[in-house]
Design a protein around this ligand. Structure first.
Ligand SMILES: Nc1ncnc2c1ncn2[C@@H]1O[C@H](COP(=O)(O)OP(=O)(O)OP(=O)(O)O)[C@@H](O)[C@H]1O
Ligand SMILES: [Mg+2]
Length: 265
């Protein structure tokens, strides 16, 4: 069977004021339908850039990216994106931000009532029913992030691209949304690529963890298969030695590539 998302020797060179900057090089990754990929690596290595290539928001300067055997050219409704920086329209309420996306995807086939029901359900899922009428400027960073998650989930995309979606949330909200996401993905069989800095989150959620080397010219360093059976229960996993083995492997990778102070400067 062909992979659903195929990234073949992809590279990204940015033109900057100081000249060309190679962010990514030689990225090869095949993702199957329904697979959950966590993308992990140090800050600035190119995780958002790679996600943006799959989202079609950036064009690779090298190689090719395919979705269901078709070259990715620009964004599409089958790919829902949760951005690292929320990216909500500031003049629209939380409800309207989600509704706009829902309308884009389902507007031709569904009534206003149905579209509203989808929007309401998505906001409820992320615990924001009470804030539906508020503008992005009137809610906290974590709430904005949840609106972004609601917006992406409400589109029922075939591919969910998430850039540190739970980064700004408190531990309880984060755990709740991780559990909800696992349920949704199990039910919808969505394919997910999620950027995270959180090693536990990566092991809990994903089928494979793609670990990236540091930039410039970052590439995939190692890929770790997370062969823990599903459904996964966080409390059970806490006592599972295999879970701890996997966790250690990711930590070892990250520590072995820790930036020395001189490089980081
Ligand atoms: N539009 C751009 N023009 C020039 N350079 C860019 C551009 N976008 C990203 N870069 C550079 O590419 C590299 C990768 O950036 P990217 O945002 O993908 O990193 P990241 O892994 O998502 O980091 P973080 O974990 O901090 O979000 C960085 O060095 C960044 O400065
Ligand atoms: Mg990023």
């Amino acid at each position: 069977m062909q992979s659903y998302v195929q990234i073949e020797n992809a590279g990204m060179v940015f033109n900057t004021k100081k000249g060309k900057f190679t962010a990514l090089t030689g990225i090869d990754l095949h993702v199957d339908q329904g697979e959950f990929i966590a993308l992990i690596g140090h800050s600035g290595c190119g995780k958002s850039t790679l996600l943006n290539l799959v989202a079609g928001l950036l064009d690779a300067t090298d190689g090719v990216l395919l979705l269901a055997n078709k070259e990715i050219k620009g964004p599409g409704p089958e790919r829902g994106v949760v951005f690292q920086n929320h990216s909500l329209l500031p003049w629209l309420s939380a409800f309207e931000n989600v509704y706009l996306a829902v309308e884009k995807v389902f507007g031709r086939t569904e009534s206003r009532k149905q579209l509203k029901a989808r929007t309401t359900a998505a906001l409820e899922l992320v615990g924001l029913t009470h804030a539906a009428g508020k503008l992005p400027g009137e809610i906290s960073g974590g709430m904005k992030q949840r609106v972004g998650i609601a917006r992406a989930l409400a589109m029922e995309p075939k591919v969910l691209l998430m850039d540190e979606p739970f980064g700004a949330l408190d531990a309880l909200t984060r755990a709740h949304l991780q559990d909800e996401l696992m349920k949704i993905v199990a039910a919808t069989k969505s394919t997910v690529i999620m950027v995270t800095h959180d090693v536990d989150e990566a092991v809990l959620l994903s089928d494979r963890i793609v670990m990236m080397t540091n930039g410039p010219a970052a590439t995939i360093g190692e890929i770790l298969a997370v062969d823990l059976p599903r459904p996964r229960e966080r409390l059970q996993l806490a006592h599972d030695p295999h879970y701890h083995d996997l966790r250690s492997k990711v930590l070892e990778f990250l520590y072995s590539r820790q930036m020395r102070p001189k490089e980081a400067a």
